[in-house]
Write a protein that binds this ligand. Structure first.
Ligand SMILES: [Zn+2]
Length: 84
């Protein structure tokens, strides 16, 4: 008796992450500025890395603005390149 190969739907769990909304679009804030360190800090990890878009939930334009601002802030030592 041949075992009928039953295809198991491997843990059929649908992953539907909550749609993230770009905070900058939602709040209609003025353009991101490198001097706004407190805001930029929310988008960098403990180690000083910039969160990717899939985590931060920013739209393409704002993520781009954010990364440039973070990089500018790093150069003038408002933010660390690496911490720890
Ligand atoms: Zn946006």
């Amino acid at each position: 008796m041949a075992a009928t190969p039953k295809k198991k739907a491997a843990a059929k769990k649908e992953r539907r992450p909550k749609r993230k909304v770009c905070t900058f679009c939602a709040e209609k804030l003025p353009p991101i500025n490198y001097k706004d360190v407190s805001r930029l800090r929310k988008f960098i990890s403990e180690r000083g890395k910039i969160f990717p878009r899939r985590i931060s939930g920013n739209c393409a334009r704002h993520q781009r603005d954010l990364t440039t601002s973070v990089k500018q802030a790093r150069i003038i030592a408002f933010l660390p390149f690496v911490s720890e």
